[in-house]
Design a protein around this ligand. Structure first.
Ligand code: FAD
Length: 545
């Protein structure tokens, strides 16, 4: 079934709210705005139902990197800072959006990230302001405390079992003098420990399963899948509706109150630009009439560039040893089926460390992690040898990129130009990060497991060679942010209430509004943005009558 909601006769009708995109943010908005029963909500999603079982089995994320049925399969422009490679940019195209294909890590970032947002001129977005919204979404299996919530739609859980290789890596961290931290989302982020994952009873806790499933029977919520929004409709400077393509036909729906754009950091600026909201010269070049000249739409793109070092392991205890080995694969399947344990129940990385690679940094600037498998690049087959990966992820990049339409064709992918590693500081911090990873790999605690460094390998020693490795072999964490940034400067796209500047009846509510990328992962922060966004929308609607 592709359409839901009975009270509303036609998807082409009039709704109080139209939400574009059923990803992290869109699912929260659909749930919270329809909860009272007072407002009608239309949720348009370009992808289909989340019925592929591999969406729900945690390890399934490996299968979705190259699956066009659930993934937009974007790629960047050739990146001068990354050896002129096009870097794959997976994005979920399915109910749940990227939360249906992501790596399941639950990491919110640092208190200082949100305080910086506030200090940039965004009242109400400091850490003390946003913490209640993180807690509201959360159902942490450890229970509620000052930092965590219980009973919310998003389940956050600990790995059901430890792994000897991850234990050895955590011991290695202690040998290197790093502190242990059982909760990266608690009082402080710095230190090493096991990850918490967005998993409920062994299955992925996506935004679709957590927020949409309980809401979809509400008569005032209509969900239309395979509906690709192509244009926001305006009357003067007021957004009045959305035009979309479904099954090759153009349809449109009217918004009585607001249009809420939640297409993610690539598609939200794309849709605004297609609709005449963006840098005037770009729009004019594409033959699009300008509704609002907002030069910041699509600018300020940031992501977590990541260098991955691969190690051959002395023991056959990695996922590489299971995939392709029939008896071991059957064993893993049975462990998952009966106990909800083992590799199939695993998030992308097992344990993480937040370190200050630059000793002058006030808070951690590198996220390091151990992944119990290895490959040449995401989406490739795993290596044929026992292997694991130590990743170093640059937490607060200075490099900035852009997302721009190439033409007025709404189905053409936008040009994604992240400009990775164009800042010297980014390079220096990442270089220090991979040196820290190498030190971890050379500790007594890791000796039992490390047979040899496979990538970059022992011959790669000088800073210049290591930097070459980072540029030619690095990837990203798939956390694009910032392309419709919140603020009050000339490049800001939305104000602190997420209203598109200079227009009425239009907000952007998703990862793209982050003025600065957070020093963590982006699923939980995007839920927080939408939780807070929903409250602000309901307040504003209430106060306007
Ligand atoms: C491979 C991968 C791994 C990741 N790993 C992690 C992780 O381990 N932990 C973590 O915290 N974060 C992770 N993330 C990031 C996290 O999932 C995203 O930051 C988050 O989902 C973004 O939320 P969003 O609402 O902005 O966009 P999305 O969740 O991407 O949702 C946008 C939705 O809008 C739809 N849409 C877009 N354009 C249109 C249109 N024109 N018409 C109709 N619908 C449209 C899309 O199909 C999609 O469903 C990962 C992401 C990926 C891709």
């Amino acid at each position: 079934m592709e359409e839901h909601g009975s009270k509303i006769p036609s998807a082409s009708g009039t709704y109080d709210f139209i939400v574009v995109g059923a990803g992290a943010a869109g699912c929260v908005l659909a749930n919270r705005l329809s909860a009272s029963g007072r407002y009608s909500v239309l949720l348009l999603e370009a992808g289909g139902e989340d019925s592929n079982p591999w969406i729900h089995i945690p390890l399934g994320y490996g299968k979705h990197f190259t699956n066009p049925a659930v993934n937009w399969l974007y790629a960047s422009e050739p990146q001068p800072g990354a050896a002129n490679r096009r870097i794959a940019q997976p994005r979920g195209k399915v109910l749940g959006g990227s939360t249906s294909i992501n790596g399941l890590l639950y990491i919110r970032g640092q208190r200082e990230d949100y305080d910086r947002w506030r200090d940039l001129g965004n009242p109400g977005w400091g850490y003390a302001d946003v913490l209640p919204y993180f807690r509201k979404s959360e159902d942490n299996e450890r229970g509620a405390d000052d930092f965590h919530g219980a009973g919310g739609p998003l389940c956050v859980s600990d790995p059901k079992e430890t792994h000897p290789l991850a234990d050895a890596w955590l011991a290695a961290a202690e040998e290197c003098g790093y502190p242990r931290n059982p909760d990266f989302n608690g009082a402080i982020q710095e230190g090493f420990g096991y990850n918490q994952w967005t998993i409920r009873n062994g299955f992925r806790s996506s935004a679709a399963t957590g927020f949409l499933r309980p809401a979809r029977r509400r008569p005032n919520l209509r969900i239309v899948t395979r509906a690709h929004a192509t244009r926001i409709l305006f009357s003067g400077t007021r957004a009045t509706g959305v035009e979309y393509l479904r099954g090759g036909l153009t349809a449109s729906a009217t918004a009585r109150l607001e249009v809420l754009v939640a297409g993610g950091s690539f598609n939200s600026p794309q849709l605004l630009q297609l609709s005449g909201v963006g840098p005037a010269p770009l729009l004019q070049r594409c033959g699009i009439a300008v509704v609002a000249d907002l030069p910041g739409v699509g600018m300020n793109l940031q992501d977590h560039y990541t260098a991955r070092m691969v190690y051959e392991c002395n023991e056959r205890c990695t996922l590489n040893d299971v995939i392709g080995n029939i008896p071991k694969s059957i064993g893993a399947a049975l462990r998952f089926a009966f106990l909800r344990k083992g590799f199939l129940a695993m998030g992308q990385s097992f344990a993480t460390g937040f370190i200050r690679a630059d000793p002058a940094a006030a808070t951690p600037d590198i996220q390091t992690s151990i992944t119990l498998y290895s490959f040449d690049k995401p989406g490739d087959r795993l290596h044929p040898f026992p292997g694991f990966t130590l990743a170093a992820r640059l937490l607060r990049p200075e490099s900035r990129g852009s997302v721009t339409i190439r033409s007025a064709d709404p189905l053409a992918p936008p040009a994604i130009a992240p400009n990775y590693l164009t800042s010297e500081k980014d390079c220096a911090v990442l270089l220090a990060g991979i040196k820290a990873n190498r030190r971890l790999s050379q500790t007594p605690a890791m000796r039992r497991y490390v047979a040899r460094e496979h990538d970059p390998g022992p011959g790669c020693e000088s800073d210049a060679d290591l930097m070459d490795f980072i540029r030619s072999r690095g990837g990203i964490a798939f956390h694009p942010a910032g392309t419709c940034k919140m603020g009050s400067d000339a490049a800001a796209v939305v104000d602190a209430r997420l209203r598109v500047r200079g227009l009425q009846g239009l907000r952007v509510v998703d990862t793209s509004i982050m003025p600065l990328l957070v020093s963590g992962n982006t699923y939980a922060p995007t839920l927080m943005i939408a939780e807070k966004g929903a409250d602000m929308i309901l307040e504003d609607i209430g106060s306007n009558g």
